[in-house]
Write a protein that binds this ligand. Structure first.
Ligand code: F6R
Length: 363
């Protein structure tokens, strides 16, 4: 049942305020205390975390690296499961291994988990399907509570994965004495306000739909982001290519001048995901480099960011202001809407893109 939407993907994008709200209530109850199930996870006894997944779930892990390292001070390694499983990486008692999977059945991710079982101190997973193999074989499975996701391109599962991974980072920070009660309360308040901000982000749909008509003409699209927004750029590019079949690539903004800037001309839209955070000014200079070469910048930012970027921007999509840590979750929405409407404009099969399966249970 598409609940009045044209595609499951549209329905699932629209459901995000609700399901993310559910996940937040699940892990926080009504106060500001965390309710990570199973008190057993000891974030003090470890010296590193290993995060492994595939595809969109891998980008959720990359985002979590920024959060866990910054908030909890734990070094984090992130890898795609198909590489991790065959590399014979050293894994020991000093590590928590964490696997992220919507389906909980992805063959490579499951194999990576089995490789770590009996080596790592704790096997954690972040899953949407609690009865799945990955959930069952973990010491502790944290549900993302996204509900059934039917569209092949992951949307609400991604933002719910991010939400739960941020909560893991907060719990790790709390245990390690790096999160005082005031800051914790501030973040929890921001999280509780997130569904309302997500609804505001969804209100940009009409603008995004119009923009997507223009994006649908492009052969190639670049996505740029810095810091915790870099994985979001990767996710935006993946979403666009998998459902619209437009070639899209993402780079960390600072990498632009190390190669990809050679691609820039007036035919290449460059989507920049950059809230007005402490790194914003650096991203502005990257945008200027693009514009100086005739590139078309589509800036996704907040009001202050769009104003500060000045003239010369091709198009912009304005996001509400949120606590910095929550920007990756909020900015997932315009990334998904852009991909969705561009694919609709091109007339592709949005819910069932060619060559793709929802659950990849073979290598
Ligand atoms: C992209 C997408 C895939 C999955 C990947 C992992 O939109 O959906 O990249 O994220 O196949 O799947 P799970 O999360 O089920 O392990």
């Amino acid at each position: 049942d598409k609940a009045g939407h044209k595609h499951f993907m549209a329905k699932e994008i629209a459901e995000q305020p609700q399901v993310i709200g559910d996940a937040i209530s699940h892990y926080f109850g009504s106060g500001t205390d965390l309710h990570l199930p199973g008190d057993g996870i000891d974030f003090n006894g470890i010296s590193r975390m290993i995060l492994v997944a595939c595809g969109t779930a891998y980008y959720a892990c990359l985002t979590a690296k920024y959060w866990i390292e910054k908030l909890a001070g734990i070094p984090v390694e992130v890898d795609v499961a198909s590489e991790f499983r065959y590399r014979e990486p050293p894994v020991g008692e000093d590590a928590i291994a964490l696997f992220v999977s919507q389906s909980g059945e992805t063959a490579d991710t499951l194999a990576a988990l089995r490789y770590c079982a009996g080596k790592a101190r704790t096997i954690l997973s972040v899953v949407n399907v609690p009865e799945s193999s990955i959930a069952r074989e973990s010491d502790l499975a944290l549900p993302i509570l996204a509900g059934t996701e039917i569209g092949v391109a992951s949307t609400k599962a991604f933002s719910c994965q991010l939400t739960v991974l941020l909560i893991v980072a907060l719990e790790a920070a709390r245990q390690r004495g790096r999160l005082d009660a005031d800051r914790q309360a501030e973040i929890v308040t921001a999280l509780r306000g997130l569904p309302a901000r997500l609804n505001l982000a969804l209100d940009t749909e009409a603008i995004t739909e119009r923009l997507s008509q223009e994006l649908a003409e492009a052969q190639d699209v670049l996505f740029l982001g810095r810091g915790q927004m870099y994985p979001l750029a990767l996710e935006g590019a993946l979403k666009l290519k998998e459902i619209s079949y437009i070639h899209a690539e993402a780079y960390a903004s600072g990498e632009l001048k190390h190669g990809p800037i050679a691609l820039i001309d007036q035919n290449v839209p460059v989507v920049v995901m950059a809230p007005r955070d402490p790194l914003f000014d650096k991203t502005v200079s990257n945008m200027q480099e693009v514009m100086a070469r005739g590139g078309k910048v589509l800036l996704i930012s907040d009001k202050a960011g769009i104003e500060a970027a000045g003239d010369g921007i091709w198009r912009s999509i304005e996001m509400p202001v949120v606590e910095d840590l929550l920007c990756p979750i909020l900015y997932a929405i315009p990334a998904q809407l852009l991909a969705y409407h561009t694919a609709v404009a091109k007339g592709t099969d949005v819910d069932q893109p060619r060559n793709l399966a929802k659950s990849v249970t073979v290598e």
